[in-house]
Design a protein around this ligand. Structure first.
Ligand code: GAR
Length: 221
């Protein structure tokens, strides 16, 4: 089996990166992480990569005259490592149409909400303020509009009455760690078919799987 060569873009903690590294360590995993690239030096994610012998690079956006020059330097590093798919994992830079076009259908992102709800920042605070009862995360292909693009997979978690943004974020993060490696493995093996702005997932779960909060049992009915 040839494994898809994946580059991961990070800006910080790298817990999603860790989930991808852990998955890639399994012998039957269809992808390998060949480069971890951060736009900030000395972040925990870089240490996580080094700890398992994965190559790292820092491309500091502040040292470039504009976004495109920064992205061209990132692309150079990714292509030098023969990267086939790029995963944004807590990468906190908005990318330009140039980068999106260059990596068209080869650039994935994880976002901490059930898109198209709550694109942008502070998703957990906004979900609580909106009073939603299910929240979660999405893995999608990156398009020009921020947090928009064909959705490859989503995971939902309940919002509980005493949640604050931190407790909700922690519950969503656990779901992220399961969702991202799953979607990447499916995508890397051609089991997600992208047609325009939607994606069809071959192994999506069938009927009879109901995610409901509150549960019918809670009503006593
Ligand atoms: C994750 O929750 C990820 O979904 C989010 O940042 C966190 C990074 O955590 N990404 C975004 O908000 C992108 N707009 P991690 O560094 O531990 O993976």
């Amino acid at each position: 089996m040839t494994r898809k060569r994946v580059g991961v873009l990070i800006s910080g903690r790298g817990s999603n990166l860790q989930a991808l590294l852990d998955a890639a360590a399994q012998p039957d995993c269809p992808f390998e992480i060949v480069l971890v690239l951060s736009n900030t030096a000395k972040v925990q994610g870089l240490e996580r990569a080094s700890a398992v012998g994965v190559a790292t690079a820092v491309v500091d956006h502040r040292t470039f005259p504009d976004r495109e020059a920064f992205e061209k330097a990132m692309t150079e590093a990714l292509e030098a490592a023969q990267v086939e798919l790029v995963c944004q994992a807590g990468f906190m830079r908005v990318v330009t149409p140039w980068f999106v076009t260059h990596w068209h259908d080869r650039l994935l992102n994880i976002h901490p909400s059930l898109l198209p709800a709550f694109p942008g920042l502070d998703t957990h605070g906004r979900a609580l303020a909106a009073g939603v009862k299910l929240h979660g995360c999405s893995v999608h292909l990156v398009r020009e509009t921020v947090d928009q693009g064909p959705i490859l997979g989503q995971a939902a978690v309940p919002v509980l009455p005493d949640d604050d943004p931190e407790s909700l974020a922690a519950r969503v993060l656990e779901a992220e760690h399961r969702l991202y490696p799953t979607c990447l493995a499916l995508y890397a093996t051609g089991r997600i078919e992208v047609s325009g702005e939607t994606a069809r997932v071959e192994s999506a779960c069938g009927p009879g799987r109901l995610l409901i909060n509150p549960t019918p049992e809670a009503s006593g009915a």
